[in-house]
Design a protein around this ligand. Structure first.
Ligand SMILES: Nc1ncnc2c1ncn2[C@@H]1O[C@H](COP(=O)(O)OP(=O)(O)OP(=O)(O)O)[C@@H](O)[C@H]1O
Ligand SMILES: [Mg+2]
Length: 278
């Protein structure tokens, strides 16, 4: 079992009144599953992803990732698990704006202590895999929105994580770019990747094999998708597209405007950065 969550709860006590963001969540995700997470705004989806991504600790309950009990780890232990086991396509993990696609993708490997030649090799392979072989020396502001998101996916892949976590990876994209992203995820999933993806859109969720629904912090429904939509077929139906129809400025939220400190090592750094973004 890749993910085992039992009786997970998260209560934020920061404001005047505590907010119960998650309660009594029980969830198992098997290795190789492709799960989407849906629910209204504020229902706890990102909170769940932060816990699954070892970016935050639950108030109570247990979380095992690939057999490791996470809820008892300290910040350093969580950072280690995060670097080895998890690939993020989160809006909080922005790309460096003044750095090429190649260097952005190398970054997690730098943290993992992988030598320069291997970093270049793996970054190039990952960018080829997401269809960006001809864009490796472009900076985020020279790429379309969909291309920026594909760089983020390439970066999430390079340490060969056990789980890919994506929080609204198609949120700001047009239909074609969204299908292109889903085609990449479906390809990775066929290759054995375990993926958990948050989305507001049924059209996107129906590309995955299972949909879990949240409401007011509770997991209220868990359904199997009988015949997931195939992104490649949807793309064929859409016909040939204009390659640059989504401009990077539309999703500038994905790009660090300044500061250039993206990949966080500890929860406190993450909180500090989240504070910056607001
Ligand atoms: N750092 C925080 N401190 C206090 N409350 C928080 C914090 N993060 C989230 N919350 C609260 O927890 C609840 C769940 O938020 P969460 O971000 O998980 O929702 P969501 O389902 O991802 O929503 P959306 O679809 O809008 O992204 C909300 O009521 C939110 O205000
Ligand atoms: Mg959210």
């Amino acid at each position: 079992m890749m993910i085992q969550v039992s009786q997970l709860a998260k209560i934020y006590s920061t404001g005047a009144h505590p907010v119960v963001a998650l309660k009594d969540v029980n969830l198992e995700v098997k290795t190789g599953e492709f799960v989407s997470v849906m629910g209204p705004s504020g229902s706890g989806k990102s909170t769940l992803m932060n816990l699954l991504g070892c970016l935050d600790t639950p108030t109570s309950g247990s979380y095992k990732l690939d057999g490791i009990e996470i809820s008892t780890l300290d910040d350093t232990g969580m950072a280690r698990v995060r670097n080895i086991k998890i690939g993020f396509v989160f809006q909080n993990f922005n790309l460096l704006s003044r750095t090429t696609a190649q260097r952005n993708v190398e970054l997690p490997m730098l943290y993992a202590g992988i030598d320069a030649r291997e970093r270049v090799r793996r970054a190039t392979t990952a960018l080829e895999r997401v269809g960006l072989a001809d864009r490796i020396n472009y900076r985020p502001n020279q790429l379309s929105g969909g291309q920026v998101q594909r760089v983020a996916i390439a970066r999430a892949l390079v340490n060969e994580p056990a789980v890919l976590l994506a929080d609204e990876p198609t949120g700001n994209l047009d239909t074609r770019s969204g299908e292109e992203i889903m085609a990449i995820f479906q390809d990775l999933n066929r290759g054995g990747a375990t993926i958990v993806l948050v989305t507001h859109e049924w059209d996107i969720a129906l590309h995955t094999s299972r949909i879990i629904h949240f409401r007011d912090g509770s997991l209220v429904d868990d359904e199997k998708v009988e015949n997931p939509r195939k992104a490649v077929e949807q793309l064929t139906k859409l016909g040939p597209g204009n390659q640059n129809n989504t401009h990077a400025s539309e999703i500038s939220a994905l790009v660090v405007p300044s500061g250039e400190v993206p990949f966080v090592q500890t929860v406190s750094e993450f909180d500090a950065r989240r504070g910056d973004a607001q």
